[in-house]
Design a binder for this molecule. Sequence first.
Ligand code: URP
Ligand code: ZN
Ligand code: ZN
Ligand code: ZN
Length: 465
Amino acid sequence: MTRTVIRGGLVITAADETHADVLVEDGRIAALAAHDSACAQGWTADRTIDATGKYVIPGGVDAHTHMELPFGGTFASDTFETGTRAAAWGGTTTIVDFAVQSKGASLREGLDAWYAKADGQCAVDYAFHMILSDVNEGSLKEMDRLVEEGITSFKLFMAYPGVFYSDDGQILRAMQRSADNGGLIMMHAENGIAIDVLVEQALAAGRTDPRHHGEVRKALLEAEATHRAIQLARVAGAPLYVVHVSAEEAVAELTQARDKGLPVFGETCPQYLFLSTDNLAEPDFEGAKYVCSTPLRPKEHQAALWRGLRTDDLQVVSTDHCPFCFNGQKELGRGDFSKIPNGMPGVEHRMDLLHQAVVDGHISRRRWIDIACAAPARMFGLYPKKGTVAPGADADIVVYDPHAEQMLSVDTHHMNVDYSAYEGKRITGRVETVLSRGEEIITDRTYTGRAGHGQYVPRGICQNI
Ligand code: URP
Ligand code: ZN
Ligand code: ZN
Ligand code: ZN
């Protein structure tokens, strides 16, 4: 039996802040006790980590990543190996990635391909959602089996006609199925049919720069799709989780639904909280670095997102990590913004950016841990194994220095992508040491993990309904 004691830190969970030492035994948290208690003083250990003056927090749970996603005629540039190593550097110890059903293929085929891609590669634990891109009798039946297997959430797209798009009938059927089998429908809520008309018109008028990506993917078309998804979920009697919410008007739809007591949940991402259409408008095609969908919005939308996070109208912050290199990948869309692969890097920076939000006064420390660790774990059936520091939980623990200063940059990040979306941004706070199931994978700012340490985690059903 290996024993580690983390001494002297401030343990922060979604519920509490306690000055406590933490005893880890065989990969799990065995006990917490006040620093000077006889109990903590009596603990012996193979290894003691001094966390004096530091925070002791749960490892982050990033519920939205796309490692190696085939998209826009290319592949997301982080593999499970490189992407999960970067996650570890940033204090994220669990990712939930999206396995993809290809058109004409079964869910099984898509899922098996994802198991194979990730197997033996990951630095941190991982689980899967399933993207449904071909809702039919066969795939609807398969959903039941997947829920039993621990794939308990399914992403549908109201955007990307011809690629991942499902029509309202398909969406309703999938929602009805999930109402029966306990699965959670995750929605990419943008009116893709209307957006495609605006894309065609923009290109025909010579508006081809990256900033037009933001202009055609209108906030109203995000809000309309969010509203429609909520009504379809009501008709089906199913809960709904809306991914990557960026528009103030879409937050208002979620707020209205939640005020009615509906089981409707929302996620936003750091890029919508910290970046804006100003980035999309950067000259010399640099704006392509910030092309993702839903798109970045004018700065004015950010206040509604922060407010939603504080009032629990938005529950989760995930990254939607889907990196494409500027050279060779984003460049596919020079002269035609609609050909820029959609997606941004971020898996490494979520915990730090949200700590900066604590420093800036947007959220409290406990809310930081809630939206980044506990809420995503509960939402996707991983709690309390993941997302908290409590006896019995996996010892996925981050020792976080709240006073260290750092600057985000492509020169120092670990994601496999040739730019940083946050180049030059200063952050107060830094991950120091990371334990994954009791093993140190980052030790005093050095990577000590390995590919293959990360294990696949089957999930239970959503714990919020
Ligand atoms: O632009 C994005 N978000 N790319 C990843 C795919 C998705 O829609 O989440
Ligand atoms: Zn203390
Ligand atoms: Zn999406
Ligand atoms: Zn995504």
